[in-house]
Design a binder for this molecule. Structure first.
Ligand code: KG4
Ligand code: ZN
Length: 356
């Protein structure tokens, strides 16, 4: 099975061809990504209109590159998969219309992919890990713990009631005058800092409900920074170290709670595999903390390589292959879904905003 994948939900334009040779047996034939970071950097965040225009400008070139690098033509494909949500509507439309057009022109099945499902299934492609497993999804837009029971079957355990973790890193960086995106900048500064100088709060720690909250941590950091302004390099490094240490503690505590809850969700024992997806997984302190937790709780840990944790089209193609293998094909009338939770049945977390 050969699938072409298209990703345009946020600030990366991407195209890829993936071969599927049975369940949890995938091979990436090509995977091209064009990041729009340079276009958005002057604004300190993603500007939807700039993103949509940038997708339009380069998507056809990227598709040509993905097909030629894979050595296949449109007519060799088994299907075309494009991200249909969640994400920025204007960007989703670009990829979705392009994918539908190619599927129609080449008379191939079309697959409308949930971007979060693609993140959730990536370990099948990269590590041959089949569901069920526990997933920590930590990106700029999402912070969730999920039970991946099978393709199309997701149970959300915890979610953030305010900011996503990546978003909190980005806002912290902006506040401290560091560059965009903030995650890698905060991580770099934190390596030179003393995490103990500024005691910061760890919201939700020890709470029975498995949700995350980052807003209080962000506010506390701002108050500390304002109290000692103007900030020296050492102050910035110490604040970053304190922030990163607090995030690590929050992630471990919330994930630990998700592990407890997942144990009671399975009659014959919980899956003892932990996987991670999303850009924040690139953070070395968080990754090390996850490895310690997995070891302590007797979980195997599967983390896709960083380039496949962040947004890419290989994961979209793989999710398309997994769906096509199960006959889950979509119509050409499939509309973009800017909001598209993986587990629509999950109750809203108390106090949660729209991102939950
Ligand atoms: O998954 P992703 O590439 O894009 C989506 O949000 O879908 O994640 C991007 C997020 C940004 O908020 C970025 O600051 C964060 O991941 N990030 C990091 C690191 N690298 C990227 N956060 C902490 N430490 C990092 N090294
Ligand atoms: Zn993503």
């Amino acid at each position: 099975m050969l699938i072409l994948g298209i990703e345009t939900s946020c600030d990366e334009t991407a195209a890829a061809v993936v071969a599927r040779d049975g369940p949890a047996r995938g091979c990436i034939l090509s995977n091209v990504v064009r990041s729009q970071l340079a276009e958005h950097r002057p604004y300190g965040g993603v500007v939807p209109e700039i993103a949509a225009r940038a997708h339009v400008e380069c998507l056809d070139t990227l598709l040509g590159a993905a097909l030629s690098e894979a050595g296949v033509s449109l007519f060799d494909l088994s299907g075309v998969a494009a991200t249909a949500g969640p994400g920025l509507n204007s960007g989703l439309v670009v990829g979705l219309v392009t994918g539908k057009t190619l599927a129609l022109a080449a008379d191939k099945p079309f697959l409308a992919i949930n971007h979060l499902e693609a993140h959730a299934l990536t370990v099948g492609l990269t590590d041959g890990v089949p569901p069920p497993y526990l997933l920590l999804l930590v990106s700029g837009g999402h912070t969730q713990t999920l039970l991946v029971e099978g393709v199309g079957r997701y149970r959300r355990i915890g979610t953030t009631i305010d900011d996503a973790i990546g978003e909190a890193f980005d806002k912290t960086a902006k506040l401290l005058g560091l560059g965009y995106p903030g995650g890698p900048e905060v991580e770099r500064a934190a390596q030179r800092g003393d995490a103990k100088r500024f005691p910061l709060p760890r919201p939700m720690l020890g709470r029975a409900e498995p949700h995350f909250s980052l807003a209080g941590l962000k506010t506390a950091l701002r108050q500390r920074a304002e109290a000692i302004a103007p900030l020296s390099d050492k102050d910035v490094a110490d604040l970053c170290a304190a922030f990163e240490a607090a995030v690590c503690d929050i992630v471990i505590d919330r994930l630990s709670r998700a592990m407890d809850l997942s144990e009671s969700a399975f009659e014959h024992g919980a899956p003892r595999v932990l996987t991670v997806a999303g850009g924040v997984a690139a953070n070395k302190s968080i990754a090390a903390a996850l490895a310690r937790l997995a070891h302590a709780r007797g979980f195997a840990l599967a983390v896709p390589p960083a380039a496949l944790c962040t947004d890419n089209a290989a994961m979209i193609a793989w999710a398309g292959a997994e769906r096509l293998a199960r006959g889950l094909v979509d119509g050409l009338d499939f509309a973009p879904k800017p909001r598209w939770p993986l587990d629509p049945e999950a109750p809203a977390a108390i106090g949660a905003g729209v991102k939950a």
